[in-house]
Ligand binder design. Structure first.
Ligand SMILES: Nc1ncnc2c1ncn2[C@@H]1O[C@H](COP(=O)(O)OP(=O)(O)OP(=O)(O)O)[C@@H](O)[C@H]1O
Ligand SMILES: [Mg+2]
Length: 352
């Protein structure tokens, strides 16, 4: 597989700060592929991060620091990704123009696409170059992120003596990992189910055509188990993960799983139906599931029967080499689906 050429490429450590856990992934380049150098995760206290907002930067910072120490990561350059209400990703169709003209056009016209005050956002864009032949219009991906939210992250990292050089978006990072590891030119639905949100990203001919965040996730299961049996959140989480036996609670837990997963699957089907209706000539060939919520027992099979698609768990390392003496293959397998976003950030070369 050909990698993009960077003469002195320096990869960042990918840091994915979710509402449940921080995931960290460090890669290095070898001649032919990426190699996994280091990876791990640490659970965050309830509420420390919510809908992409750092509510408790000191606590999250401490956890990240502990994780870097435990993994013995010396590297300072990191990349992180954002998601949630504070980031808007929008595809707009514009007349073909040069990068300079596009920059100017976007600076003056972005107001009509972005529901935030432009003085308060970081704005970025990418020409997807979708025009072909005589077509003089192209799709442009716009990203606007609230400065105060991004700045909280930047400050936290700087306080840890880390150097944030890449700010990614969860959905893009996921796409990045997919593109590196899986066959090109397939039409695919990427679905990341975390603790508190589900990101659906449908890629058709290498371009993201449906992208949405929905406020559902595996934390719903924990909360419902907690209230059904009057438990602490920790007990409910352990029960959910099967770390303590369910015994007489089994049937009710199964019902909670089934109702909630039905809701997730309906949302996924809605996005797929929207895609299929507009792209009858390019049917989806598979659905790739990531995030901790993807590990709910039976979800994959249920999703397969409801969508008629081949569904598989995301393996972000399928095209990478791994030193099995340093990283336990069983651990790598089990943590893989949660690591998809951190890996996508870690693939990005830092040009700074
Ligand atoms: N086997 C499992 N069954 C059900 N849920 C699971 C399983 N393993 C992990 N989870 C859940 O996955 C969630 C963590 O996944 P992940 O790390 O992807 O979330 P996050 O990135 O922190 O959250 P978000 O992206 O929504 O902010 C937790 O709610 C955890 O309980
Ligand atoms: Mg996540």
């Amino acid at each position: 597989m050909n990698l993009p050429f960077f003469s002195k490429e320096d990869l960042v450590v990918g840091v994915d700060i979710g509402s449940h856990a921080v995931k960290v992934c460090q890669l290095k380049r070898t001649d032919k592929a990426y190699a996994v150098v280091n990876l791990g995760s640490v659970t965050l206290p309830e509420g420390a991060v919510d809908d992409g907002t750092l509510n408790e930067p000191d606590i999250v910072g401490e956890k990240i620091s502990e994780l870097f120490k435990q993994l013995k990561i010396k590297k300072k350059k990191i990349g992180f990704s954002i998601s949630g209400y504070s980031v808007i990703v929008k595809k707009v169709n514009l007349a073909v123009m040069s990068d300079e003209e596009l920059e100017e056009h976007i600076q003056t016209e972005a107001e009509q696409y972005i529901p935030f005050d432009l003085d308060d956002v970081y704005l970025d864009f990418q020409d997807l170059k979708t025009n072909e032949g005589d077509d003089d219009r192209t799709d442009v991906m716009l990203v606007a992120a609230k400065q105060e939210i991004v700045d909280e992250y930047l400050e936290m990292f700087e306080g840890l003596n880390l150097k944030p050089v890449i700010v990614d978006v969860d959905g893009f990072a996921l796409e990045n990992t997919y593109e590196y590891n899986y066959p090109k030119n397939e039409n695919v639905a990427l679905v990341d189910i975390g603790a508190s949100k589900m990101n659906i990203n449908i890629i058709s001919e290498g371009v993201s055509v449906v992208a949405r965040d929905i406020v559902v996730g595996s934390q719903q299961l924990t909360e419902q188990i907690q209230s059904a049996f009057d438990l602490t959140i920790e007990e409910a989480e352990a029960l959910k993960l099967g770390q303590i036996p369910a015994e007489e609670k089994q049937q009710e837990i199964e019902e909670i799983f089934s109702t909630t997963c039905t809701q997730w699957v309906l949302e996924i089907k809605k996005a797929i139906d929207l895609y299929q209706a507009n792209h009858t000539e390019a049917p989806l060939s598979r659905l790739v599931l990531s995030g901790g919520g993807s590990k709910v027992v039976g979800l994959l099979e249920y999703l397969e029967s409801e969508t008629g698609l081949a569904v598989e768990l995301f393996n972000p390392f399928s095209n990478m080499t791994v030193n099995s003496k340093k990283i336990d293959p069983d651990y790598l397998n089990s943590i893989g689906p949660e690591m998809a976003i951190a890996t996508g950030i870690a693939i990005r070369p830092s040009v700074i």
